[in-house]
Design a protein around this ligand. Structure first.
Ligand code: NAD
Length: 307
């Protein structure tokens, strides 16, 4: 097993998610080697003892396990397989675990190009938002075999909630689980917002409507908890950019297409998210589609917070 005394972890992609995950790996006691196109993102970790590497290949040369946490499959491809990429620096038998929300193709190519080197290359994407990354309470969905999962135990537990660190199947299945979660959550967001907008327009008090939904068979975690971020605080969660939400919705639709499964509703939800992205910008928060409906009814969906 990789432990704090016998292993060095390389981490590439120190953004909203990667910075919190790196913080928790460092707090757990792992030696860290870091890379990002924004060197400044690594400064505070270097002050605490982490090592900077100029290229992904250099990260791989200096590490036992390389973790990537990058925006899109294109970035994973570039960082993993490009010139000075991870693959060119990995030691025989080394580990590369991609924790980005992505699709299997890039890692499949990496495995196919290196089978004789005994490399361990698999997906372990996460759920739990930037707050889960920062508090070390992520859900992790590892697409790997039993030995690989056991090797990664301490590393995963430093970043995730031990009860929610799951081995979900063969390589690629972690991505499929993650895309399913995001697709369903975004579908909940659109469906919930539609009925809230209509109900409010019909004259129902927003909180009365929400409580009625909670008490009914139509309840969901979104109605009960997640929507409160907007309703109470006007917070559309800029910790996850809508551009990345659209990326995930697109990847889910592509996965469905490649499997010959028609997904009409998923496609509609994707288009609604793309409309919100076009209207409010790439960096707007993932819950910004709620604003589309607020603009339609010319009223913000807000409830009073009692103190
Ligand atoms: P982000 O854009 O905040 O961070 C990405 C980081 O990658 C940035 O620091 C960027 O500089 C770096 N980067 C980009 N290209 C690079 C390259 N070529 N070499 C090195 N570094 C590079 O994104 P994020 O929100 O942290 O999301 C990362 C991944 O996690 C995405 O796949 C996303 O879908 C997924 N995810 C995000 C959340 C969330 O709430 N933010 C939750 C679960 C999963």
């Amino acid at each position: 097993m990789f432990t704090t005394t016998n292993s060095t972890i390389g981490f590439i992609g120190l953004g909203n998610m990667g910075s919190g995950m790196t913080k928790n790996l460092q707090l757990a006691g792992f030696n860290m080697v870091l890379n990002d196109v924004r060197r400044e993102a690594a400064e505070s970790f270097i002050e605490n003892g982490a090592t900077w590497a100029d290229t992904p290949a250099e990260v791989a040369r200096l590490s036992d396990v390389v973790i990537t946490m990058l925006p899109t499959p294109k970035h994973v491809d570039l960082v993993g397989l490009g010139a000075n990429g991870i693959l060119s620096g990995m030691r025989d038998g080394g580990y590369w675990v991609d924790m980005s929300t992505s699709v299997p193709e890039v890692l499949e190519i990496a495995r196919a190009n290196s089978w004789e080197r005994g490399l361990h290359i698999f997906d372990a994407p996460v759920s739990g938002m930037s707050v889960g990354a920062s508090t070390g309470m992520l859900q992790i969905f590892a697409g790997c075999n039993d030995d690989e999962f056991a090797m990664m135990r301490d590393v995963f537990h430093a970043m995730g909630d031990a009860q929610k660190v799951l081995q979900v199947g063969a390589p690629g299945t972690g991505y499929a689980v993650k895309l399913a979660i995001n697709q369903l959550w975004f579908s909940h967001l659109v469906a919930t917002t539609e009925v809230l907008a209509v109900g409010v327009k019909a004259g129902v008090n927003l909180e009365v409507l929400r409580q009625s939904l909670i008490a009914s068979p139509a309840n969901s975690n979104f109605v009960e908890n997640d929507v409160l971020s907007v309703l109470q605080n006007g917070d559309y969660d800029e910790g996850f950019a809508i551009a990345l939400a659209c990326k995930d919705l697109g990847l889910h639709t592509e996965l469905a297409r490649s499997l010959n499964v028609p997904v009409e509703m998923s496609s509609l939800v994707e288009q609604i998210f793309r409309r919100a992205k076009a209207q409010y910008g790439d960096l707007a928060g993932e819950m910004t589609p709620v604003r589309l409906y607020e603009d339609l009814i010319r009223q913000a969906l807000r409830i009073e917070v009692s103190v």
